[in-house]
Design a protein around this ligand. Structure first.
Ligand SMILES: C[S@@+](CC[C@H](N)C(=O)[O-])C[C@H]1O[C@@H](n2cnc3c(N)ncnc32)[C@H](O)[C@@H]1O
Length: 211
């Protein structure tokens, strides 16, 4: 997006203080409607496509870069999409302020920034605290959908999810232990997914379901 910084440091002082706000489901949707959340949505192509194809679902895009939130809200208004919402989050800090426990059907964590240098490892978004939060917010039978074009990033996320220390959270790999999912089972694709496929590069995808 022109005019919007490409990266922010999620560990920066401005982003460490919890300040995300709860989002309200659009009133015209059923109280028990499906809730799908894209974490780190950037321009939210995935969320826009999903919302357009599934008008009875509530689709939410969350992003740490607030100018993206503003632009996405304007685009939703311009396109007349009423089942999509956007908000600020630092997913490693204040995601639990956005949703109530057991209220989300599926989280999509698509192409998180590849902090794969050793000195940046502490910036990886998939860490035990995030998985604990996701588990608390997912409805029974809910899912975490993850994708990356960087094998090391995907493998690091898989290592966290398959770690015996994480077993009590109950995430089950739908492709089988330590396995990636082939193809895109979702009715939408993010911008980064399209550019990855256009370069004939591999998308490393995982789907984890909770009981
Ligand atoms: C590489 S982009 C991928 C965007 C989109 N999901 C896609 O697949 O095209 C990663 C996005 O995650 C956002 N992000 C990084 N760390 C975040 C955090 N801790 N909380 C929320 N968003 C974050 C970045 O600002 C960026 O927009």
């Amino acid at each position: 997006m022109r005019g919007i910084r490409q990266h922010v440091n999620p560990l920066g002082l401005k982003y460490i203080e919890p300040r995300a706000r709860p989002l309200a489901r659009p009133k015209h949707l059923a109280t028990d409607c499906r809730v799908e959340v894209e974490l780190g949505c950037a321009d939210a192509d995935f969320s826009f496509e999903l919302a357009a194809k599934r008008p009875a679902w509530w689709v939410v895009g969350l992003e740490i870069r607030e100018p993206c939130v503003t632009r996405n809200r304007a685009r939703a208004r311009a396109e007349g999409l009423r089942n999509i919402s956007f908000g600020y989050v630092n997913m490693n800090v204040d995601l639990d302020r956005v949703f109530a426990a057991r209220s989300v059907n599926r989280f999509h964590l698509l192409f998180p920034d590849p902090w794969f240098k050793a000195r940046h490892q502490k910036r990886r978004v998939v860490e035990p605290e995030l998985l604990t939060t996701l588990r608390e917010l997912l409805r029974p039978g809910g899912e975490l959908h993850f994708a990356s074009d960087v094998f090391e990033v995907a493998l690091a996320a898989m290592s966290e999810l398959e770690d015996p220390g994480c077993a009590e959270l109950g995430f089950t790999n739908l492709a089988g232990e330590w396995s990636f999912w082939r193809g895109n089972p979702m009715p939408a694709a993010s911008r980064r997914e399209r550019t990855t496929l256009a370069r004939t590069q591999r998308v490393w995808r995982m789907r984890y379901r909770v009981p």
